[in-house]
Ligand binder design. Structure first.
Ligand code: ADP
Ligand code: SF4
Length: 692
């Protein structure tokens, strides 16, 4: 296929100071849960992005000194010379594909507690650190400022030695000291670094000048600036101080990388924002500078990208999440394979990797984070190692992915689905408020499967054990999913809740199939991810008075890991949903729900016509168990392997269902279950070098 000429503009080279990017695709900095602890894995991950056509591939935040220690989160580190080889490994991987390597060196200032190094955090003025911990940052004196500038300069020089082409000065997301100096509410200094905006900008200006002076001959110097904090005039705003900051420094850096601050505002999920949502805030920047501008906005559509460039909003299409979901996005546009783009769904499971300090993972891209330790590649998969056909039962995310991976390996694949629609839980859940983009998990896979000649799909085919035994497939993969339990058993209640057996007890499955309860309704959320909150929204849409009761301290508690906890709480408050935290549900009878306070143990009651219980799911495993119990028949039927994947194996996230289906299909002809091949071990040669 050839590229659509409308997209030619995306493939123009762009000069950034002393370097040239080969096209306009720019992988902006993103965390990954690996950071300094897994340099090989990270190098492989970034290398795949470069291979996929991104002209610039950037690191995550890279700490420049032990007073900027983000433990227990795993970010990059460039404290001293000992850190250079690990980062150089990434540079090599990126350069191997003719891309530019960028590094976001930074000092966390008052945003991290320095738990690992036990150093006191630094700030323009005395203040508690941003992420809740009983730690305060101390106000920097002039010698601290001089030291900070020296650390940044030294880090820039080390970055150049590691081979980086672009070196950042970082002032965004409320995470960096340069930004803390900009913020009037945090910087109450009375010297030349505080007070009027010009003074608050001084440190940022000095660091840019230092960096240009230190490495600007060979490296481009980029500034990442948060242009709006979305808190109104008490913060930095795009039409207030950010405008003036860019105007003051317009031509100083070689590139402006502009976004919203904090991270939660910057990486909004599809539940709360659409593609291109930052344009309103960032569009002013290009009017003030001749330097190239990069911005983000969950761009996955080449038309939107072209529009950003043509209308003079951006020079580079910045992307973190779209590059995670599809590292080969630029190559696919280049080759005219628009349908093949695996679009990010905006769920922020990737963000949860950073919050849990574990390998990056992605709902859409099961290979993400597994490039080095499992040797997985997003576009290539080993050819089948044996002959035979594969029967996949269930076309949810696990079944679809298993079918696709097996088909790409060259197997003849048969995919049977009981329903008339493909997609399983994704099809159902994407009809809930705010989750429409999640349908992309299904759409992309179905689109890919229908292009393959070795795949047959059977809809409205409820499969029973004898069908399987008579089918003649070599490998059988059961992906029959899970259903929500209605008995209230979950984290809090080990046994069925009294009264949770009548017609007034609903589960998310009922709501998704269109069966709405009578109001007032009480939602019992002991699941703590998105479902309870989304069901509450649906109830309010239907005009039902709604109360959400949860044993947790906040609603949708796990969504702190996807940056959504606050937006969800705000949305539910705005919709008039009453939230009752720290409370368990222990009974239901005659429109009366019995509640027990987790704080005092006291029992109380509430009136509700119906209860929606969102606690846990049970695998739909009957088909698997029935087949498993007929071992001899399986052999006679020529079935070499029988397995279950996804939610019917162990209910979890959609991301885990996709991963599970993918992993199984990759190992179909392996001798045993796939093991982690490699892991990174601490180097016994590592030594502590004092950082002056
Ligand atoms: P997962 O998340 O593991 O992919 P889902 O619940 O999303 O699971 O999807 C399971 C799919 O399996 C559903 O679409 C369901 O209709 C289908 N299914 C369940 N049992 C059978 C069966 N016996 N035959 C065919 N399809 C089935
Ligand atoms: Fe996009 Fe979700 Fe993948 Fe993150 S995990 S890149 S938000 S699809």
């Amino acid at each position: 296929m050839t590229r659509d000429p409308r997209f030619d503009i995306l493939f123009e080279p762009v000069r950034i100071g002393p370097v040239v990017a080969k096209n306009r695709f720019y992988q902006t900095p993103h965390c990954n849960g690996m950071g300094w602890t897994q340099p090989e894995a990270l190098a492989a991950l970034r290398g795949v992005k470069a291979e996929g056509g991104w002209a610039v591939v950037c690191t995550e935040e890279v700490e420049i000194h032990p007073t900027s220690d983000c433990e227990p989160f795993h970010e990059g580190r460039l404290w001293d010379d000992d850190d250079i080889p690990a980062l150089a490994r990434m540079v090599e991987a990126v350069h191997a594909h003719d891309a530019l390597a960028a590094i976001e060196i930074m000092h966390h200032g008052a945003s991290c507690a320095n738990w690992g190094t036990r150093e006191a955090p630094l700030a323009p003025s005395h203040r508690p650190i941003i992420y809740y911990a009983p730690v305060q940052a101390r106000a920097m004196d002039k010698s601290d400022i001089r030291a900070l500038r020296r650390w940044h300069r030294d880090a820039a020089i080390r970055a150049r030695r590691a081979g980086f082409d672009i070196v950042y000065v970082y002032a965004t997301q409320d995470l960096s000291i340069a930004m803390h100096f900009l913020q009037a509410r945090k910087n109450v200094r009375t010297d030349e670094y505080g007070g009027c905006l010009e003074n608050r900008v001084r440190l940022l200006r000095e660091i840019i000048e230092d960096t240009k002076d230190a490495v600007g001959d060979r490296c481009a110097v980029a500034v990442r600036l948060g242009v709006d904090e979305l808190i109104g005039p008490s913060g930095i705003t795009h039409d207030g101080e950010a405008h003036d900051i860019v105007a003051m420094l317009a031509e100083l850096p070689d590139l402006w990388d502009v976004n919203l601050s904090t991270w939660a505002n910057d990486s909004q999920t599809s539940r709360f924002s659409r593609e291109g949502f930052q344009e309103h805030y960032t569009s002013f920047v290009k009017r003030l500078t001749t330097k190239p501008v990069v911005g983000v906005g969950r761009f996955t559509s080449p038309d939107s990208m072209v529009s950003q460039i043509r209308r003079g909003i951006l020079d580079f299409v910045g992307a973190a999440r779209p590059s995670i979901a599809d590292p080969f996005l630029p190559v696919k546009i280049q080759e005219g394979r628009i349908d093949d783009i695996r679009e990010c769904i905006g769920c922020n499971i990737c963000v949860s990797s950073d919050y849990t300090s574990t390998n990056l993972r992605c709902t859409q891209n099961p290979t993400m984070g597994e490039e080095w330790r499992r040797g997985w590649h997003p576009e290539r998969i080993p050819k089948k190692g044996s002959d035979g056909s594969v029967l996949v039962i269930g076309a949810g995310p696990a079944g679809l992915e298993a079918a696709l991976a097996a088909a790409r390996r060259g197997y003849e694949v048969h995919l049977a689905e009981a329903g008339s629609e493909l997609g399983g839980r994704v099809e159902r859940e994407s009809s809930l408020p705010g989750l429409a983009e999640w349908r992309r998990v299904r759409d992309w896979r179905v689109g890919q499967l229908t292009k393959l000649a070795n795949v047959r799909i059977y809809r409205e085919s409820l499969i029973e054990p004898d069908h399987v035994l008579g089918f003649g497939a070599t490998h059988v993969i059961i992906a029959t999913g899970a259903t929500w339990r209605s008995d209230g058993v979950g984290r809090e209640n080990g046994a069925a809740v009294r009264g949770f057996d009548g017609a007034d007890i609903f589960t998310p499955d009922h709501i998704m199939s269109g069966r709405m309860p009578a109001g007032p309704v009480l939602i019992f959320d002991d699941d703590h991810y998105y479902m309870g909150g989304v069901i509450a929204e649906r109830c309010r849409e239907a005009g039902l008075p709604t109360t959400l009761v949860t044993p947790a301290a906040i609603v949708s508690a796990w969504t702190t890991n996807t940056l959504e906890a606050l937006p969800i709480a705000r949305r539910l408050a705005g919709l008039g949903v009453e939230i009752v935290p720290y409370t368990n549900v222990v009974g239901f009878s005659a429109s009366s729900v019995l509640l027990q306070s987790s704080l005092t143990g006291a029992i109380s009651s509430r009136q509700a016509a119906s209860v929606i219980t969102v606690t846990a799911r049970l695998p739909v495993e009957e088909l698997f168990l029935a087949l498993e119990s007929r071992g001899e028949d399986l052999g006679k039927a020529g079935i070499a392997s029988l397995a279950r994947v996804g939610d019917c194996f162990a209910p979890s996230t959609i991301q885990q269902a996709v991963y599970s289906g993918h992993k199984h299909a990759r190992g179909l002809d392996a001798a045993g279950p796939e093991e982690l091949r490699k892991r990174e071990l601490p180097s016994m040669e590592a030594r502590w070098t004092h950082v002056a």
